[in-house]
Design a protein around this ligand. Structure first.
Ligand code: CDP
Length: 227
């Protein structure tokens, strides 16, 4: 079977990209790479250093110098991987509401995108990869063999993210999550550089009425078309 060597999954916040990306990569024996963790790591590092997120030059400098690493999970606490920033384990910290609140502002800075996109492209071009984000099929790896754009309604996405955070014991309201998702989608899809939108050659999957295994089946069918 000829398999697509580079697979991209883009889509709005909490549409199920990470779950699908991980499941599809496991099925294929490929590397799963979630580019969102890089933007989250830069945002977390700026907040921690006390750099106001509107200080574009300082935040960009941070993106150019921070050492972000994604490694196999060191703990059995539900994580799919460890995220390290300059050696520090920030796997769960980057999922906190403060990071959710600032990450789209940070990821709209052209210099931040330039620094992180270069690293993502290097990793992606090695092949046997499922790379997940907002601009992977359009900007980071436009030559990808298979491009999926995963969509779902804002209500469904808010319900999913709410459950995820409640399961981890994070106190937050459904209304606040819905607001944050809508705000992030707005910033992500209207920014000047690499806005969120489906690549012209992407297959759009609507996951509103699909659970994780049905979404995986739909993606597997797209992969099997390469036979
Ligand atoms: O998991 P969720 O869909 O909530 O978000 P994420 O994939 O972790 O991405 C967090 C934020 O990073 C997004 O809202 C975007 O602002 C930014 N991002 C981006 O601009 N480009 C990417 N390739 C990935 C994420």
């Amino acid at each position: 079977m000829t398999l697509p060597q580079i697979i991209t999954i883009d889509g709005p916040a909490a549409s199920g990209k990470s779950t699908l990306g991980k499941n599809l990569a496991d099925w294929l024996g490929y590397l799963y790479f979630d580019t969102g963790v890089m933007y989250r790591a830069v945002t977390w590092a700026a907040l921690r250093a006390g750099i106001p997120l509107e200080f574009e030059t300082e935040v960009t400098k941070l993106a150019e110098t921070i050492d972000i690493d994604v490694c196999p999970p060191s703990q059995n606490d539900g994580r799919a991987y460890d995220v390290l920033a300059d050696g520090e384990d920030i796997t769960w910290d980057i999922r906190r509401p403060e990071v959710d609140g600032g990450v789209s502002q940070v990821s709209a800075y052209p210099g931040v995108r330039q620094a992180l996109t270069a690293q993502q492209r290097r990793i992606g071009l090695r092949g046997k990869v499922v790379m997940v984000g907002r601009d992977i099929g359009t900007v980071v790896l436009p030559e990808a063999d298979l491009k999926i754009y995963l969509n779902a309604s804002v209500d469904e996405r808010a319900r999913r993210r709410y459950k995820e955070l409640c399961d981890r014991g994070v106190q937050v309201s459904l209304a606040a999550i819905r607001e944050n998702l809508m705000a992030r989608d707005r910033i992500d899809s209207t920014r000047q550089v690499a806005p969120l939108r489906p690549a012209p050659d992407a297959t759009i999957l609507d996951s509103d009425h699909l659970d994780a295994s049905q979404t995986l089946e739909a993606a597997k069918n797209l992969v099997k078309r390469f036979q």
